[in-house]
Structures are given as C-alpha cells and as structure tokens.
Design a protein around this ligand. Structure first.
Ligand code: SF4
Length: 235
C-alpha cells in the first residue's frame, strides 16, 4: 500500500505535466481516498425549529468548526455528546435513519476492554448498546438500552459526556463574532471510580470539590423543583 505522500510524488499535478510525462489521463485527475465518505456521512434529525447533526455512533464530536451538534432556532445547544463504555468509544455495528429524518437508531458494541494493569477484562462484542433518538417539541429524546450477551455478568461504567458552546449557526459555518466568547468546558480532577469497586455513598465524592463527610452516606434522590430531580446531599 502507498501513502498519500507517495501519490503526490508519482502523480503529475496538471494536464500539461501529465502530457509531458505521457501519463494516463485517468491518473492525472485521480483523487486519493483513505476514508469512506459514506462512513463519515452524518445522521440528521429534524423537527420544527430543532435539528441535530450526529456521527454514525450518534455522537457529536468536539470542535468549534465542526458542524455536528443539536440546534434549536439556529443556536447550537449541544456541541459535544459522547457515550463511552468503561472509558472507550463503542464500536459501530450499524446506524439507521428513518426516511423522513424523524428517528435514528445506532447499534454499538464494546471494544476489547482492559483493566489498569493492561489485562483484557472483557472481549469485544459482548455488550450491545442501542441508541434510539428523536426530536419532539423542542427537545431531543434518547433511549439507551444495554444488553449483555456474555455468559457471565459484568459491571461496566457507562458515561455520557456533553457540553454546549451556544454557537450561532453562522459561526459554526465560519463567520466570527465581533465579541468572542470562549466555550467553557470544565473537567473534574481525579480519576473515574472503578466500576468493580464503586465507592460507598455518592460515587462522585472523590472528585467533587463540595464533598462533605455526609457524602459517604447513601445519596437521596428527590424532586428539588417541579419536574427536576437531583441526587446530592447538598441540594
Ligand atoms: S453528594 Fe453532592 S456534594 Fe456530596 S460528593 Fe456527591 S455531588 Fe458532591
């Protein structure tokens, strides 16, 4: 297999040089391809003033210039969205989009998962993850279902990461604002707790800057405002 730099050296850059070199005209205009356009083709959902652009895994990749995101009235309300299994991006099995762009379904499975010592903990394709998503009434709904096809139980950490940059659609397309606001992405210090040794009480307490001794006790899950629920001792 040749890499792209080798292609640049061997292929003439224009028709004249090609003629001089006596090359095959089909080669002159050849465009090297290392990735599949079909694979990178985004999945687009649309409903009313909302639309979403996602990759085949159902994720939204990080990046100000990346057009992926969840938009409402031309403002991007989600600029990062990813689901990881035990810290790893799941493997794509298939993804489908309904013809009317109303719903999408992504079928994923676990890659090989290793423990901290580098030992294989779980072989690939044992855990199936299905993401089913649709937009409705200015909201994005998603159901995540996880199914273990192994012959023994496993405890895995499933994480959902998200952030918002509230970029205007024109900014996403490359037009700069007069006043630039930095996207604020905060990151918690410390390590994600091991799913096979989950800490007692609040699972976040080793990393939470507000943690108190009481956080070692079971955390209450209660309604803190109509329709809004929280699991925290301090709320
Ligand atoms: S219960 Fe609340 S304050 Fe305590 S560690 Fe968890 S998130 Fe932080």
């Amino acid at each position: 297999m040749n890499d792209s730099s080798q292609h640049k050296e061997t292929l003439p850059t224009d028709r004249a040089s090609a003629t001089e070199a006596g090359s095959n005209p089909h080669q002159v205009f050849a465009i090297g391809a290392a990735t599949s356009l079909v694979e990178s083709e985004p999945l687009v959902l649309k409903y009313g003033d909302a639309f979403g652009v996602f990759d085949k895994n159902g994720d939204i990749s990080v990046g100000h210039a990346n057009a992926e995101g969840l938009y409402y009235k031309d403002t991007r309300h989600l600029s990062t969205l990813s689901v990881t299994l035990h810290g790893a991006r799941p493997i794509l099995l298939s993804s489908t989009l309904r013809d009317d762009n109303a719903t999408m379904t992504c079928d994923l499975s676990n890659p090989d998962l290793y423990d901290r010592e580098g030992h294989l903990r779980l072989e690939h394709d044992r855990i199936h993850v299905r993401r089913s998503r649709f937009l409705w009434d200015a909201a994005c709904f998603e159901r995540l279902s996880v199914c273990n096809f192994d012959d023994q139980p496993h405890r895995l950490m499933l994480e959902i990461n998200f952030s918002a940059d509230f970029a205007d659609l024109f900014e996403v397309r490359g037009i700069r604002r007069a006043l630039e606001l930095d996207a604020h992405v905060s990151e918690l210090a410390g390590e994600i707790p091991s799913p096979i040794d989950i800490p007692a009480g609040c699972r976040l307490r080793a990393r939470c800057p507000l943690a108190q001794p009481v956080c070692a006790q079971p955390v209450p899950y209660r309604e803190v405002a109509p329709g809004h629920f929280a699991a925290c001792h301090l709320v």
